[in-house]
Write a protein that binds this ligand. Structure first.
Ligand code: C5P
Length: 211
């Protein structure tokens, strides 16, 4: 059997994106990195000189995003920066923003897909065939993210990355609407001591045991 919808949630830099992409290729499913929707919303707010903490500014941006061609912004490499990520977690706090981005994600899942984010198993795809919750120790995630940012040419210390990551975790887990948490039926995957390959193998074992 083949899964139709795989929901992957987890902390920042846990490796869930890499895993999600590999699973999508392996099972012949489409892939949506839902963090990019929040990142693209944040970028629209910033480009319009708005404030990510303002629900009004953020909702306007999320609504504008719905009118845009999804492929045009999902492939924008500037969405990857640390600054946009932090702003994304601010716009993601507003319930109106989450509502504005809800249907788009639901529609995407209908064709059969792997989605990764923070609320996929809990809110977006509660009926997913398989739900994974990926996490790793904060120091390990920060080291991965630090290497990635340095690779993009950003001049940032490990200490700063670790502090930002902890701030991001607490904002994502502490918000009222759709906080990051494992769905009741999610399978845990701790990627702290796993290579990309091992995490993929482990995920496949979990999926094949479930479907
Ligand atoms: O995964 P990524 O770091 O790209 O996500 C950026 C931010 O977008 C997260 O910190 C989170 O606040 C928000 N997000 C969310 N729900 C999702 C995906 C991302 O709230 N499904």
């Amino acid at each position: 059997a083949k899964p139709k919808v795989i929901a992957i949630d987890g902390t920042f830099a846990s490796g869930k994106g890499t895993l999600a992409k590999r699973l999508a290729a392996h099972y012949g499913l489409s892939y949506l990195d839902t963090g990019k929707l929040y990142r693209a919303t944040a970028k629209l707010v910033i480009d319009a000189k708005g404030d990510p903490d303002s629900a009004v500014d953020a909702e306007k941006a999320a609504r504008a995003l719905n009118e845009m061609d999804i492929d045009s912004f999902l492939s924008d490499p500037t969405l990857k920066s640390g600054g946009i990520g932090a702003a994304a977690s601010k716009v993601a706090v507003h319930p109106v923003v989450r509502q504005a981005l809800f249907q788009l994600q639901r529609d995407f899942a209908k064709q059969g897909a792997v989605l990764d984010g923070r609320d996929i198993g809990t809110v977006i795809c509660p009926d997913a065939d398989v739900k994974l919750y990926v996490d790793a120790k904060a120091e390990i995630r920060a080291a991965r993210r630090h290497a990635e940012l340095v690779g993009y040419g950003e001049d940032i210390s490990f200490k700063t990355v670790l502090a930002q990551l902890k701030e991001r975790d607490s904002r994502d887990m502490g918000r009222k609407d759709a906080p990051l948490k494992p769905a009741e039926d999610a399978h845990f995957l701790d990627s702290s001591d796993l290579s990309v390959e091992d995490a993929f193998d482990r995920a496949c074992q979990i999926i094949e045991a479930v479907i």
